[in-house]
Every structure is written in C-alpha cells, then in structure tokens.
Design a binder for this molecule. Sequence first.
Ligand SMILES: Nc1ncnc2c1ncn2[C@@H]1O[C@H](COP(=O)(O)OP(=O)(O)OP(=O)(O)O)[C@@H](O)[C@H]1O
Ligand SMILES: [Mg+2]
Length: 467
Amino acid sequence: MSIRLRLAVVFTIAAAALFSLGGWLFITQLSSALLSSIDSQLSAQLAQAGRYLPSSGSPPVTSNQGAANPGLGEYLVQVIDGSGRVRGASPDAGTQSLLSAADLRRAATSTIVLATNAEGEPERQLAAPFSAHAGWVAVASVSLETYDHTRGDLLIGIIVAGAIFVLGAGVGSYGLARAALSPVERMRREVAALSEQEPDSRLQVPRTKDEIAALAGTMNDLLARLQQALARQRAFVADASHELRTPFAVLQGELELAGRPGRSREELQAAVRSAADEAARLARLTEDLLLLAHSDERSLPLRPVTVDLGSLLAQSADQARSRAAAADVRCDVEVPPGLEAVVDPNRIRQAVDNLVDNALRFAPRGSRIVLAAAESDGSLVIEVRDSGPGFPADFLPHAFERFGRPDIGRARDHGGAGLGLAIVAAIAMAHGGRAVAINRTGGGATLTLELPGAVRAAAAPGYTSPQ
Ligand SMILES: Nc1ncnc2c1ncn2[C@@H]1O[C@H](COP(=O)(O)OP(=O)(O)OP(=O)(O)O)[C@@H](O)[C@H]1O
Ligand SMILES: [Mg+2]
C-alpha cells in the first residue's frame, strides 16, 4: 500500500474516531442537560401538586379512571395517599395511581425518578413525599416524545455531518500526502535514471527548504562523494595497469631475447637475472595493490602484540645497513629504553622500511637517518628523519596519495611506483592513527606515524624529537 494511501486511511480512521467521540460526548451532555431541565419542570409541578387536592368538603375522587397519555409538554400530576388512592389529580391524570405499589413505598421516603413507557410512549416521572400530608406522595409525569425527537434529529444530523467530515478528511489527506510526496516520487525517478555514464548528474533540489529539500541535498552530496570515489577508483586502476605494464613489457622483452638462437651463456644468465628482478618487482607491486585494496575495504588484517620499539626499529636499521653503508649514510635508532606498544610488528616494520627506503634515496652522503619512537599522551609516535632536500612544497599535500610522485620523480629511475607512502598511511589508519610528512625548517624531511592509545600504561617517559 502506498504511503499516500496509508496516510489517508490512518487520517480517515483517526478523524472518524475523533468525530464519533466528540459526537457522543455532545449528545450525552445535551441529553443530560435536557433531562435535568425536564426534571426541574417536574419538581416545579410537584411543588404545586397541592392545588389539585379537592377543597375541604368536596368528596374525594372515587372513580377508577386511568390517566390519558399526556400531550406534548403537558404534565400529569397526582397526589396519592399511603394506600395508593389518588387524592387529587390534574386534568387528564385520571384516578388510577401512576405509581406501582413498590414505587409508591419508595417515593414515600425519598424523591425518585422513573422512566416509564405508557402505551409505547416514553415518559419521565418524578415522585416525592407530599409535603402537606405525611405518608402521601406527589407524582408528576411528562411525555419524553419531544426530547426523543430532538435527540434523534440531532443524532441524524451528527451522523450526516460526520460522514461528510470524514470523507472530506480522507480525500483531503490523500491529496495533501500526494502533493507532499510528489517531489519524492520525482526524485525516485531521477535516481532511477542516473547512470554510471553520467556521473555528473544531480537531483533537482526543491526550493521548499524542507525535509525533502534536505534529503535531495544530502543525496547530491552522496552522489558527489560516490563520483569522487569512482574517479579515484578509475584512476587507481589506470595507474595500476600502467605500473604493471612496464615490468611485464620488460619481462616479455627479456624472455624473447633469451629465446633467440645463438645466445651466449652469460647473455642468458643476464636475461634470467633481469627477468627475475622484474618478476620480483611485479610481485611487490601486486602485494602493495592488494594491501591498499584491503585498506579500502577496511579489512587490512592486523595481528597486534606487545612489541619493544627499540628492537623493532633496530631490525629496520639493520636491514638498511648495507644500502646505507653503500650510500655513506648512518642509520641511528633513538628510542627510550623499555618503550613498548601494542601494534602489528610486521605492518609497522613494513611502514618503517618504506620510510627508510625513501630516506636512503634522498639522504646526502655523510648524513644520518634517524629512526625514533616515543610516547606522547598515550600515543606511539614513530619518526623517520633524514637530512635530504625534503618534499617539493607543491607535492607535500599529495605525498600520501597512491601513485603520488612529484613530476621530477616520474621517471622510473627516480624511484618506485609511488605506493610506499600510501601504504604507510593505510597501515597507520588500520592502527587507528595517521601518517604525517613535514619538511623541517633546517632542511630534511620528517615522516611521522601517530598511533593513539598504542603505548602500554607502564611506558617509559616521553621523548621529544629534536628538530
Ligand atoms: N624522505 C623523503 N624526502 C624527499 N622526498 C620524498 C621522501 N620520501 C618520499 N618522497 C617523495 O615522495 C614520493 C612518493 O613516495 P613513495 O614512497 O610513496 O613512492 P616511491 O618511493 O616513489 O615508490 P615506492 O615506495 O612505491 O617504491 C617519492 O617519489 C619521492 O619523490
Ligand atoms: Mg617509497
């Protein structure tokens, strides 16, 4: 069932219920007001019942005549003695007691109200002790025909008005719901018509400044984000294919050359070595891409354990030692003794190795690279500092982007695929932290991993890195 119809049905049922309740309250209030007005008329008649007693000397009424039905608005009044004999009566009231023996007994002690039915006509009677004579009772009776007619007419009027009102409410609420929801239907059609080929298309935002306009705005924001993500994804795939194409082409060339007749043993060995290098490069690239894909899905697997940062960074420095020696660069580790943190040691090693790998490429001969770790407000801060030229200023904000390389680094000789820092950022993010790159004022670059909450409570005192 559509929302419009559901709203209309609910509104109609609610309107019918409310109107019925209101009508019922109105009729009961009016009925009780009418009845109490009739009762006060009856008691006024009772108060004057004495005037129907025969004057002294005249004989009491003896005939046994029944009361006629009172005309509209006409009151029948009787004064009845303790034995049920009618001592006095208004014209038409007859001489037969209007009260039964039981009612007479009750009325002898207190005022009673009776609803009776004389020959199919509803009547109301009020009986009370007759004040002028102990043990006697005065009774007044009036027809309720007018009252019943008034009530019936009113009821019909209320039912007719109610039906019109409820019908109007139903139709009106359906129309209102339809008008209010028509922009939603339009938006649904627009969204259904959106296609991947036109990622720029946006929904029309109504000028109403209401919830629906806000929804359209939010959906447009979502579309813009999706469009950016799609563009990033496409660029990533394009860059990845581009990066994979080169080693594949080299590999293919080497293998073709090696397959030609008349190759010397040395040439063959060189070709196999080169092919192995390209295969290793391909394997590394594929692993990097896989890691980034996991990071996109927020499913980069982590195995956090408590590790000693001193030995972790020392392993990275040891691994880089031979390359550092060849480049005449020193690798120093600066970690407060006993600094422990809960991290995935393999991933952190991978990140630090990537940073050291970059630093080694840029550190000038005779300089030193510092691998430092410290605690700061419960966060683990790992830094790799070098004294190289630092990042080109315009590239610094893009340093952690995938395949991000400054223009001068585009040539393959100047480095790798441009995934190293993206992986560092993904590893920091998987640990709930972030990676930051800065150029120090004195020269050189500092790359920092900030991992909040990683340091164990009994950590060594903080360490402040010299700038
Ligand atoms: N310590 C540094 N000093 C100066 N520039 C740096 C430094 N580290 C990285 N860069 C610049 O940032 C670019 C991106 O680095 P990143 O590690 O992401 O990629 P890469 O080293 O070129 O390739 P990969 O790491 O995938 O083999 C580098 O090409 C380099 O130009
Ligand atoms: Mg790198």
